[in-house]
Design a protein around this ligand. Structure first.
Ligand code: ADP
Ligand code: MG
Length: 258
C-alpha cells in the first residue's frame, strides 16, 4: 500500500477516558516502526485504531491517501481481513485446533479454496520455521513457537502491515530477540511492521525508527540514539497542544492503568 497517516487523532472511550489526544504520525510504506511508552499511555489504543479494530472519535486516519472517514463497514472488513495482520502478547491461538488449522482459519473469509488455504497456511508456517509442527496443538509448543504460529497467522493473508502489540511480553530475552529478527526479516521482504515493546534492550539492538509516546501524544520521534537525548531537550513553548495536554491529563485516572 500504502502509507498510513494519523491526523489529529483523538480517542475518547465511553465513560470519559481520553486515551489519545491530537496524535499525529506518518507511517511510510515498508517501514519498521517501534512504539514505546509507559503502561496506559495509549499504545494499544493506537494500534487498534491503525489496524481498524477500533475507531477514532475525532481526526482522520488516511490509508494509502484515502481518508477512512469515507469507509463503510465493508471497507473496514476488507482492510482488517486483507491488509492488516495482528500479533498479540498472549498469542491468542485456538487451543483445540492444530497449528495448521490455526493459521488456515485466518483465511476463512478470504474466498480461496480449501486446497489453496492449506497450501498458503503451510507456506506461512514454513516461513516462520514451523513447517515440521503442523499437526501439533498450541500447548505442545514453547511460547516462542506459539508466537511464531501467531506470526504465520498474521502473514497468511499477505497483509501490507503487521501490527504487533508487545509480542515479546511473555518471552525470555533470547526468544524475544529471535522474534524481533523474524519481524525484521518479514519487513525486509516488503511488509510494514509496527511493534509496541517495553524492552529497552531490544529497542537498542534494532536500529529502527522509535516513537516515544506519553499520555496519548508523541514525545519523540526518531532513532533510539536521538530518543536517549530526550531529557536534554528544551521544553517546547506553551502551545495549544501543551494546553490540551494539561486539560486532558486529569481525565486519565491513574487507578485504571494496569
Ligand atoms: P497502553 O497500551 O499504552 O498500556 P491503552 O491504550 O491500553 O494503553 O490505554 C490507554 C488509556 O485508555 C488507559 O488509561 C486505559 O485505562 C484506557 N482504556 C483502554 N481501553 C479502554 C476501554 N475499552 N474503555 C475505557 N478505557 C480504556
Ligand atoms: Mg497495551
Amino acid at each position: 500500500m500504502a502509507s498510513v497517516s494519523l491526523k489529529h487523532i483523538y480517542k475518547k472511550y465511553p465513560g470519559g477516558v481520553t486515551a489519545v489526544s491530537d496524535f499525529n504520525l506518518e507511517i511510510k510504506d515498508k517501514e519498521f516502526l517501534v512504539l514505546v511508552g509507559p503502561s496506559g499511555c495509549g499504545k494499544t489504543t493506537l494500534l487498534n485504531i491503525i489496524g481498524g479494530l477500533d475507531h477514532y472519535t475525532d481526526g482522520d486516519l488516511v490509508i494509502g491517501g484515502r481518508s477512512t472517514k469515507e469507509y463503510g463497514d465493508r471497507d473496514w472488513d476488507v482492510y482488517r481481513n486483507h491488509r492488516v495482520g495482528f500479533i498479540f502478547q498472549s498469542y491468542n491461538l485456538i487451543p483445540h485446533q492444530s497449528v495448521l488449522n490455526n493459521v488456515e482459519l485466518a483465511l476463512t473469509l478470504s474466498g480461496v479454496s480449501k486446497g489453496e488455504r492449506r497450501r498458503r497456511a503451510k507456506a506461512a508456517l514454513e516461513q516462520v520455521g514451523l513447517g515440521h509442527r503442523l499437526d501439533n496443538f498450541p500447548a505442545q509448543l514453547s511460547g516462542g513457537e506459539q508466537q511464531r504460529v501467531a506470526i504465520a497467522r498474521a502473514l497468511v493473508n499477505n497483509p501490507d502491515v503487521i501490527i504487533a502489540d508487545e509480542p515479546t511480553g511473555n518471552l525470555d530475552p533470547s526468544r524475544s530477540l529471535e522474534l524481533m529478527l523474524l519481524l525484521e526479516k518479514i519487513n525486509s521482504l516488503g511488509t510494514t511492521v509496527l511493534v509496541v515493546t517495553h524492552e529497552q534492550e531490544l529497542v537498542r539492538r534494532f536500529d529502527k525508527r522509535v516513537i516515544a509516546i506519553d499520555d496519548g501524544l508523541v514525545v519523540s520521534d526518531g532513532l533510539e540514539e536521538e530518543e536517549e537525548e530526550l531529557p536534554e531537550l528544551e521544553e517546547p513553548p506553551l502551545s495549544t497542544d501543551s494546553i490540551l495536554l494539561i486539560v486532558v491529563l486529569p481525565a486519565i485516572p491513574s487507578a485504571v492503568r494496569p
